[in-house]
Design a protein around this ligand. Structure first.
Ligand code: IPE
Ligand code: IPE
Ligand code: MG
Ligand code: MG
Length: 260
């Protein structure tokens, strides 16, 4: 568990949680524990995603993936425990009055209609002969954007944001999350190993319906940039308080325009 949660990573999701708090003028430090809870779910998802029966990837963040270091059985259990611990941590990180909503948000985003469902369709995508752009977006939205959206909602809840502001954070989160997974696909497709800190080729080997495979690499870049613009538009009303959210969106845009 320590190896996979403390061994690097960009910490995008907790950064989004505290940046959402800043956007609605809350106290950013109030989001540290809740942001960690989201990161625990993320770390678990990567441990399981790398397993031989899933993506069979030996390297994660420039180091042996969890199962390569500790064996498959311990990696499965570490993932299980990271997921469970996320809810233990979340309980300590959100105000009492929104605890139930925060638990529901994180559980929904992580589960069958969110990340796990997206992962399930992703690993079966090689079976689909005619994958459409819509279908690959549905997979990406569930496997990646749902948790990113939840990171933002939970930040908003911690700061007791109103419904209008929560809705704006949700629009930003869905657009950024989809752009983020398109970018991850794009970097893997174009062989940008330094940006990903792991070898590429796993998507091709497993015939996954990645964004560039379905629509091509230029169209993937364009779609990611358009989504970033949508995300930026959604947070405009927050004014200068949204600078950290805007900077994170620009970071994703830089990754997808890396080859230009
Ligand atoms: C990788 O996520 C998996 C995807 C959802 C694309 P990140 O790129 O956020 O992983 P780390 O935590 O920074 O390694
Ligand atoms: C990761 O998808 C999504 C989750 C772990 C939920 P990928 O399999 O595309 O991500 P990487 O490229 O291994 O990080
Ligand atoms: Mg995968
Ligand atoms: Mg993978």
């Amino acid at each position: 568990m320590r190896y996979s949660i403390l061994g690097g990573g960009k910490r995008l999701r907790p950064l989004l949680t505290i940046s959402a708090i800043k956007a609605v003028q809350g106290n950013e430090e109030d989001g540290l524990v809740a942001g960690c809870a989201v990161e625990f779910v993320h770390a678990y998802s990567l441990v399981h995603d790398d397993l031989p029966v899933m993506d069979n990837d030996d390297i994660r963040r420039g180091k042996p993936s969890c199962h390569r270091k500790f064996g498959e059985a311990l990696a499965i259990l570490a993932g299980d425990a990271l997921l469970t611990h996320a809810f233990f941590v979340l309980e300590q990180g959100v105000p009492r009055e929104c605890l139930c909503t925060a638990v529901r948000t994180l559980a929904f985003a992580s589960g069958a209609r969110g990340m796990v469902g997206g992962q399930a369709d992703d690993i079966r995508s090689y079976e689909s002969q005619h994958v459409t752009q819509e279908y690959v977006e549905s997979i990406h939205s569930r496997k990646t954007a749902c948790l990113i959206e939840a990171a933002l909602f939970i930040g908003g809840m911690v700061a007791r944001a109103n419904q209008e502001n929560l809705a704006a954070l949700g629009i930003y989160g869905r657009a950024l999350g989809l752009a983020f997974q398109i970018t991850d696909d794009f970097l893997a497709y174009t062989g940008k190993t330094e940006a990903l800190k792991r070898p590429t080729g796993s998507d091709e080997k497993h015939l996954r319906c990645t964004y560039p495979r379905v629509v091509g690499s230029r169209a993937s870049q364009k779609r990611a940039c358009d989504l970033i613009d949508q995300a930026l538009l959604a947070i405009r009303a927050f004014g200068s308080n949204a600078h950290p959210l805007a900077a994170l969106a620009e970071f994703v845009k830089c990754r997808v325009t890396i080859c230009d």
